[in-house]
Design a protein around this ligand. Structure first.
Ligand code: 5MM
Length: 362
């Protein structure tokens, strides 16, 4: 509308500063905001009871890893984790901040069905969001995350799902910014399906175009946002494989078409790729011969944590081993984010375990 006023200059500066610190050279995000329900799935292969204490032990292992801040600029937490305390009595939020790591918080409340669609969904959590963001900012959080998912099928994603999910992400983003919190906008196009990479490319471009229209409609200050997208890949059950260079080319080409250059950074999710695949793809994205007006970094969950979890497996004596594995993945991701990772140079703990979870809704 014509009566719109830009957010105050001081707030613009604050948001700009946080966003660019998160995508500082060589750095990226550790997504450690799995809800208790998702932790059940992470722990069960190791017969680890999904208790609050075990979740605390696991997060403590990660957050006390030596030199993590050399590779990780920000960590995304679940509400429970933000207020849990390390053995030394500090909350995890304070512990990370004192290490120079920017604290992020997952503010969505998960995915629910979108009636009238072919099994598509939307994400809840706008209720109280304004107040929750104010409280999180006072409690030391400088950025937030909200995830929406879109599915590729014969008749999906529908127009309804695209409009709903991109609009709710834009509402969330504008609310965060009003409270001095940088929103990470995550419209994930799932890798499930037997489609080829070209279909994934077209769908991702359509979703991103709708996303930036919605952000503009909601007057979101793009310089104070980050995008957390999927890489563009052939469907998980497609028989076609594409080289890292093809994946990188198609991915960057689509972002050039759909993501404004005002956006400071794109932080990819790993989306069920193995640790090595996610690293090799990010490296190719950062070396491909195309214009790259934004920082291209990572916000990985599974691709940073799988080896650490496997090495630890819930045993106290394995904590140093788990931390060494996390540091390796963080370093590999940091190198890839700078276009300096040599394929195969930092092997995972266990040879290529699949990190794919079908219909990754949670
Ligand atoms: C780390 O997992 C995140 C939160 O999970 P919930 O669904 O339990 O809330 C998830 O949103 C994650 O940030 C993204 O899926 C990216 O993680 P991956 O593992 O795909 O890199």
């Amino acid at each position: 509308g014509t009566n719109y006023q830009y957010i105050p200059c001081a707030l613009q500066e604050e948001l700009r500063r946080i966003a660019s610190a998160i995508v500082a050279p060589g750095k990226g995000i550790l997504a450690a905001d799995e809800s208790p329900g998702s932790m059940e799935k992470r722990f069960s292969p190791y017969n680890l009871p999904n208790t609050e204490e075990n979740r605390r032990q696991y997060r403590q292992l990660m957050f006390t890893t030596e030199n993590l801040q050399d590779y990780i600029s920000g960590v995304i937490l679940h509400n429970e984790t933000l207020y849990q305390k390390a053995d030394n009595g500090k909350t995890f939020g304070d512990l990370l901040r004192h290490r120079g790591i920017i604290v992020g918080i997952k503010v969505d409340k998960g995915i629910v069905p979108l009636p009238g669609t072919l099994d598509e969904g939307t994400t809840e959590g706008l209720d109280d969001l304004y107040c929750r963001c104010g409280k999180y900012k006072r409690d030391g959080c400088d950025f937030a995350k909200w995830r929406c998912v879109l599915k590729i099928g014969k008749h999906t994603p529908s127009y309804q799902a695209i409009m709903e999910n991109t609009n709710i992400l834009a509402r969330y983003a504008s609310i965060c910014q009003s409270q001095g919190i940088v929103p990470i906008v995550e419209p994930e196009v799932l890798v499930d399906g037997d489609h080829d990479i070209i279909r994934a490319q077209k769908v991702t471009e359509t979703v991103l175009a709708a996303q930036y229209k919605a952000l503009n409609d909601h007057h979101v200050f793009l310089e104070g946002t980050l995008l957390k997208p999927n890489m563009i890949l052939p469907g998980q059950s497609s028989c076609r494989k594409n080289s890292p260079e093809e994946v990188a080319y198609v991915t960057v080409q689509s972002f050039l078409r759909a993501v404004p250059a005002a956006v400071p950074g794109i932080v990819f999710l790993s989306g069920g790729q193995s640790e090595e695949e996610a690293t090799v793809h990010l490296n190719a994205i950062n070396t491909i011969n195309l214009k790259r007006p934004w920082e291209l970094s990572f916000s990985y969950g599974r691709a940073l944590q799988a080896s650490a979890m496997a090495a630890w497996a819930g045993k106290k004596e394995n904590i140093p081993l788990g931390q060494a594995e996390l540091k390796k993945r963080a370093k590999a991701s940091s190198l890839a984010r700078s276009g300096k990772y040599v394929a195969g140079s930092i092997p995972p703990f266990k040879a290529e375990q699949s990190l794919f979870v079908a219909d990754h809704k949670y």
